[in-house]
Design a protein around this ligand. Structure first.
Ligand code: NAD
Ligand code: UD1
Length: 343
């Protein structure tokens, strides 16, 4: 029986599909390509040598989502589909609540209708708001500070209510820290539209010369070098965490949240330094004012995932930098590029 992957054409979804296919799961992808390119799925086929069904469907389109469940005996859903830009969510809250929250309500309604109760959901470390301490464990207070974060928090709460209403539900909410890196083939990776908001894609575009320099947002935080500290995790490690979470939801009932991070924080300047060493490229930067809404330090206590999912991250910061760079160098214009062969 297939696994339905919503948002499977996106950054984390495509990497998870590689791991699913390599573990011999049958998959079906639902995506409306609002923030992705069908080319990622062509690359996925090339990379794995496997085929799968793709539905170009919006989660808000109830009739077509219903048809997917009608046509397929779905065993479980991994739900990545969602909008994720914090700044945009402040400007367009309605769009974010509709897309993320209503989209999830349509999905779970169809799951109930067709008796599919196994779900892995993409949450985020953003649900911890400004954490009271680090490392952050799952029992910390949950307070979102922007509409994007609130959609994640609301969905987590809705999923808990579903489990209260019907104990057949088996749900894992995965709270990702900062995914970076790319598949080591250089065939798939992160492909942000326009100027990147996040640090690693910004750095790789400075490295190719597409952007002139990096702005480091603040060097007066109470961290060792004054710049923000985050828990960067290789996207392939993150993808493997989904396979473990899927195995768990398929074998138990209940609802649980798990941090997926490395447990190790690195500052902006440490990441820049690691990237320069791994890529051999110089990253010019300037110190700029703090970005509104940023926190000083954020890194996970990932021990619950290790204990209960038998998962922990394996890849080093150097591998994250090397793989991010390989992807960017081979695909200077993301999926619109003709892949460049690197000697
Ligand atoms: P992404 O934008 O690359 O992938 C999301 C995919 O969902 C895209 O392919 C997009 O086209 C699709 N999508 C969006 N709305 C849809 C809809 N209504 N119907 C059908 N498809 C739709 O993002 P990503 O980085 O792969 O993130 C995946 C999930 O993980 C998101 O829910 C995101 O909020 C969450 N997350 C991401 C990060 C991160 O740093 N990348 C961190 C924490 C949580
Ligand atoms: C951001 C989001 C978070 C979301 C995550 C993944 C905000 C406030 N938070 O997290 O909700 O889950 O992305 O999509 O947007 N930095 C620079 N220069 C840059 C870009 C970033 O110095 O050009 C710094 C930031 O200040 C931060 C660190 O780099 O200290 C990481 O930033 P980023 O990659 O945007 O991730 P988060 O802010 O952790």
């Amino acid at each position: 029986m297939p696994i339905l992957v919503t948002g499977g054409a996106g950054f984390i979804g495509s990497h998870t599909c590689v791991e699913l296919l390599n573990s011999n799961y049958e998959i079906i992808i639902l995506d409306n390509f609002s923030n992705s390119n069908i080319e990622s799925l062509n690359r996925l086929k090339e990379l794995t040598g496997k085929n799968f069904e793709v539905y170009d469907v919006d989660l808000l389109d109830k009739e077509n989502v219903d048809n997917i469940f009608k046509e397929n005996h779905i065993e479980a859903v991994i739900h990545f589909a969602g909008l994720k830009a914090v700044g945009e969510s402040v400007e367009k809250p309605n769009y974010y609540y509709q897309n993320n929250v209503t989209g999830t309500l349509v999905l779970t309604e169809m799951m109930q209708k067709y008796n599919v109760y196994n779900l892995v959901f993409s949450s985020s470390a953003t649900v911890y708001g400004i954490p009271k301490a680090v490392p952050i464990s799952e029992d910390f207070p949950l307070i979102a500070t922007n509409p994007y974060g609130r959609t994640k928090l609301m969905i987590e709460k809705i999923l808990r209510d579903l489990n209260v209403s019907n104990k057949d539900w088996s749900i894992a909410s995965l709270r990702y820290f900062n995914p970076i890196g790319a598949h080591e083939s250089g065939l798939i990776g992160e492909d942000p539209k326009g100027i990147p908001n996040n640090l690693m894609p910004y750095i790789t575009q400075v490295a190719t010369g597409k952007l002139p320099e990096l702005s480091v947002f603040g060097n007066d935080y109470s961290t060792p070098d004054g710049t923000g500290v985050r828990d960067y995790i290789h996207v392939v490690d993150l993808a493997k965490g989904h396979i473990k979470a899927l195995e768990k939801v398929l074998s138990t009932n209940g609802v649980e949240s798990y941090n997926l991070g490395t447990g190790q924080g690195y500052s902006v300047l440490e990441l820049v330094d690691a990237f320069e060493k791994a890529s051999g490229q110089k990253i010019p930067y300037k110190i700029a004012p703090r970005r509104p809404g940023d926190i000083a330090e954020c890194y996970a206590d990932p021990s619950k995932a290790e204990r209960e999912l038998d998962w922990k991250s394996e890849k080093s910061l150097e591998e994250m930098c090397l793989d991010s760079w390989r992807w960017q160098e081979r695909n200077p214009d993301g999926y619109l590029s003709k892949t460049v062969e690197i000697k």
